[in-house]
Design a protein around this ligand. Sequence first.
Ligand code: NI
Length: 177
Amino acid sequence: MSILKVARLGHPVLRKIAAPLSPREIQSPLFQKFIDDMIETMKEYDGVGLAADQVHESSQVAVLEVADNPRYPNKPNVPLTVLINPKISPLAEEMEEDWEGCLSIPDIRGRVPRYKSIRVQAWDRDGKGLEFIATDFHARVIQHEWDHLNGKVYLDRMRDFSTLTFLTEFARYWLQT
Ligand code: NI
């Protein structure tokens, strides 16, 4: 497995709408290795999620996992999940604001409104259908990654930029909120 280079804000690949994958493409050994590389890259950089366009591949696949993550302490664990061609729909209008960061926007955090509960439909890495409901932080991570696959970053979702902060200042001034 290999650790892939992460695209940073400003790279045009982050603004493209990623192409859907066919069942045939999913089964190829090259694509299966790519998924393993994405998982390794996410773990290497302590991410809780990673979308393919963040590693310069404009395809509809994202990985996520939350497990005692130092960048997001005290968050409920989410098992390792591979989402291919994901579709999401909110289950209620209710939104909640919380902090987000992004491996493509290093050292910065901001508060982002997201739906509290969503229905997720996708394929897993074997092309099997997945359907589940995600809530709270789990729902937040999926909305963040889904945005990446659609050419958006969390800055686009912020109501305003008054909470945008570097990590050092986050620890000093904002951690209590
Ligand atoms: Ni991100």
